[in-house]
Write a protein that binds this ligand. Sequence first.
Ligand code: GTP
Length: 360
Amino acid sequence: MTEAILLVGGKGTRLRPMTVHTPKPMVPAAGVPFLTHQLARARAAGVEHIVLATSYLAEVFEPYFGDGSSLGLHLEYVTEVDPLGTGGAIRNVASRLRSGPDEPVLIFNGDILTGLDIKALVDTHETSGADVSLHLTRVEDPRAFGLVPTDPNGRVTAFLEKPQTPEEIVTDQINAGAYVFRRSVIDTIPAGRPVSVERETFPGLLADGAHLQGMVDSTYWLDLGTPQAFVRGSADLVLGRAPSPAVPGRRGERLVLDGAEVAADAKLTGGTVVGAGAVVGAGARIEGSTVLAGAVVEAGAVVTDSLIGERARIGARTVLHGAVVGDGAEVGADNELRDGVRIWCDARIPDCAVRFSSDQ
Ligand code: GTP
């Protein structure tokens, strides 16, 4: 049986939820809590047992996912008292694992949307005989990432901190946040204190001569660290660019969930999702955006690459571009909100209050 650990936690997560009321892993992406896609993809790859390692708000996961049987999984939950970091979180759930010492255990970062071929990563691990195998992805601009160079056989040669100078960019390969650990390696991580896999476990293993194998898979890969990335990921799930068996409906330009009301002449494109009970008025145009349950987009509004929280209201003719509107917020008519603006949950913006365009 293949089993996996899903890391969902960390210090930042509580401070940076997508909206104030809903923790990020539970914000719907393509109509279902984001975590559902990761669980369903793991199941499709043959994983049967998943331990959710979390450091916060565990009580929101269990009521929704339960024992995992609706997804064909056996799910367990472990909550850290204080965040233990990625390595500490993995070590903290070791007692829940059922694999033998030489068997592979998959580990997934909980904030990555990817088309990774999970079975291929396990195969790479088994054929290479590695202690740990890592999914690596190539990025155009590696400056924001730790780099993972490999030798011609794919064996990892170093873990490098974010490059500061052009000379330090020795590869475009980065850690993509999915690993296979030989079970016995997990037991070597120190217990009961914070440990970072990238800064401590992996460099330590390399220094001890362990075999770390990289598998470059340049499939769809997105770090959902920002609301903008989250909206992009949701749209890509709907469009079918990001593969997931959990999208509730056909792939295409739009996903309109049961109970939503969309005016006949409203235009929904670019992987837009309209949640249950949401209303889209006449002539509204929504592109590449997520409209959560119960939100209202009034007539003539133009919404692009934006997240509209639950029960939020966007007034007539208002333009949103790259905006995040918190749950229950109201943006009046004839406003223009752009590029990275975030409206607090339940805030009120009157009609004709904000614009970016010039007087002409
Ligand atoms: P460290 O490697 O521990 O320093 O964390 P990081 O900041 O490099 O990790 P990052 O923020 O990239 O998070 C990677 C994944 O691990 C995400 O899905 C996080 O939710 C999760 N994660 C990070 N820290 C913790 C933690 O303390 N506990 C748990 N359970 N998960 C964590």
